[in-house]
Design a protein around this ligand. Structure first.
Ligand code: G16
Length: 547
């Protein structure tokens, strides 16, 4: 492998688009489409990752190959910046331009534009680490990525099969090693040790809860969770994995996993859920989690990202108070998908400031950084908690005056380590919830009592061209197609507690319609009406949506 940035090799080794005329866009979570269309994109992402690293004087950049909650035949790729956060947004445009350059000359031209605009020193070193999920298309796509990294002269290290949040963790660990905010050992084992030790401290002295059933969506979360539990004694946490088959083709995310459970509002295939059981579901790359149970009447109840945000905010605010550092400002970040009742609970019961931003972890993460302690969760279960450097410093240096205060300090410190602060992480979020439930000795019903969700429905409508949908006001209103929002408003006005919005997905070729209202039947009716509006007025494809 050459260790120099070789523009002529970049031109001559180019992997062309398999289907001419395909247009790529760096969306909600990087590039995501049918796997067979991605070889060319991977090659260019390799080049971009090397340029990003050079721009940052050789800081390590991460590349994750995954399509997360999407069906198995899809794949995708996203870049991870040095502190483990998503790629800086101003670079997404470069990613899109590179991906769409389809011959050697235009590719070289885009590379030169980036180098000039960003004043990149091509002699600077470049380091890139990469990993992938369990999709059968990954090995081939990894090779294409490696080819792009090789012609760009990057020091490239493959980490093999990992969950997305593990790669984010590893990137942060590598870049902070030897500094005051060293994040941990940059290995899978280091990740397991950090989380398991923190969890044991966070639940010390409390009786273990009943077994938690974990649906891994037949994805990478299954083998990783099986490995992780070896670091925890059975009397601290008892887990049972279901849907852990990563070897049978076609099973990934199929009728199971976090996205299925959240959108269908029903238990996954393979679960025999009974009253008293505690369940959760990961998605395909284990960066999302939702919990659920059935009540004594056998009714399925979902505890989604909003419920996790409420639980986490409540617990952390109380701990901060017990420690005596309630000058720290706690805030919660949500998206338009947040249930109206959850926003109401956070604002009026917990009295915590709430911000609403567009879909995509990158938007929530940046907003959460504005607080000393920023809790962010999308309703779909993607989220985490961020502690600012000042907050961490306060927590780590405060001296206790009483044993009770010392205990609260120890617990808060442990909570900061249980949480993967780089990105939403199903394993870490699962431990956070289990920490809180164990400390309260709560079952899911007690957790669920904080507020009652308004009935809600999420519908996918396939249209000829989803890019015609343009939104404003954190995606809560449509600007285009012109006139559609007014018609949606007319429907919404007829329902008590009615709310509905429409936006194009950034990860799937579909438009998402969200609706909530006072009752289940009104919600379904509203969702139906708005979905049909979208289908009829924006070139619906296939059968009309039916609830
Ligand atoms: C990704 C993003 C999430 C987003 C989800 C759906 O999740 O990381 O922030 O909520 O896609 O996005 P959209 O509605 O634009 O399709 P994942 O778990 O698939 O990576």
């Amino acid at each position: 492998m050459t260790m120099t940035f070789d523009l002529s090799a970049i031109k001559s080794t180019i992997i062309p688009h398999k289907v001419e005329g395909t247009i790529y866009a760096y969306g909600t979570a990087g590039f995501r489409t049918k796997a067979h269309l991605l070889d060319s994109v991977m090659y260019k992402v390799g080049i971009l990752a090397a340029l990003r690293s050079k721009k940052l004087n050789g800081a390590t950049i991460g590349v994750m190959i995954t399509a997360s909650h999407n069906p198995e035949e899809d794949n995708g790729v996203k870049l991870v910046d040095p502190r483990g956060e998503m790629l800086e947004q101003s670079w997404e445009n470069y990613a899109t331009k590179l991906a769409n350059a389809n011959d050697g000359d235009s590719l070289a031209e885009v590379v030169e534009q980036i180098v000039t605009a960003q004043e990149i020193n091509l002699d600077a070193p470049a380091a890139v680490v990469y990993a992938h999920d369990t999709r059968p298309s990954c090995p081939e796509l990894v090779k294409c990525l490696e080819s792009g990294l090789s012609v760009s002269g990057a020091k490239a290290t493959g980490y093999g099969l990992k969950t997305t949040p593990m790669l984010h963790y590893i990137v942060r660990c590598i870049n902070t090693a030897g500094t005051n905010d060293a994040y941990g050992e940059p290995t899978e084992e280091g990740y397991y040790k950090k989380l398991s030790e923190a969890f044991m401290t966070a639940v010390a002295g409390k009786p273990r809860l009943s077994t938690l059933h974990v649906d891994c969506g037949n994805g990478v979360g299954a083998p990783k969770l099986a490995e992780f539990v070896k670091y925890l004694p059975e009397d601290v946490l008892s887990l049972k994995i279901i849907n852990g088959d990563i070897h049978t083709e076609g099973k990934l995310n199929k009728d199971c996993g976090a996205d299925y459970v959240k959108t269908r509002q029903q238990a996954p295939l393979g679960s025999e859920i009974a009253p008293g059981d505690r369940y959760c579901s990961f998605d395909g790359d284990a960066d999302r989690i939702v919990f659920y149970y059935v009540d004594s009447n056998g009714v399925f109840k979902l505890l989604d990202g909003d419920k996790i945000a409420g639980l986490a905010a409540m617990f952390i605010m109380e701990l901060v108070q017990d420690v005596g550092i309630d000058t720290l400002k706690v805030g919660v970040v949500q998206t338009a998908y947040a249930n109206g009742s959850s926003t109401n609970y956070l604002t009026n019961v917990l009295k915590v400031p709430v911000s609403c931003v567009p879909t995509g972890v990158k938007h929530l993460h940046h907003e959460a950084e504005k607080y000393d302690i920023g809790v962010y969760f999308e309703a779909n279960g993607h989220g985490t908690v961020l502690f600012s450097p000042e907050a961490l410093n306060t927590i780590n240096t405060i001296e206790a005056k009483t044993p009770a205060q010392q205990q609260a300090i120890n617990q808060l410190k442990a909570v900061t380590d249980v949480i993967n602060q780089t990105v939403g992480d199903a394993i870490s979020d699962m431990l956070l919830v289990e920490t809180i439930l164990t400390n309260r000795q709560w079952g899911p019903e007690e957790w669920d009592q904080a507020y009652t969700d308004l009935p809600n429905r999420l519908v996918k409508v396939v249209v000829a061209d989803r890019t015609i949908f343009k939104t404003t006001n954190a995606e809560r209103e449509l600007v285009e197609p012109e006139g559609l929002q007014e018609q949606i408003n007319e429907h919404v006005a007829k329902y008590s507690h009615g709310r509905s919005f429409v936006r194009a997905s950034g990860t799937e070729d579909a438009v998402r319609v969200y609706a909530e209202a006072a009752t289940r039947s009104e919600t379904d009716e509203l969702a139906n009406k708005v979905s049909l509006l979208v289908y009829n007025q924006a070139g619906g494809v296939g059968k009309p949506p039916m609830m």
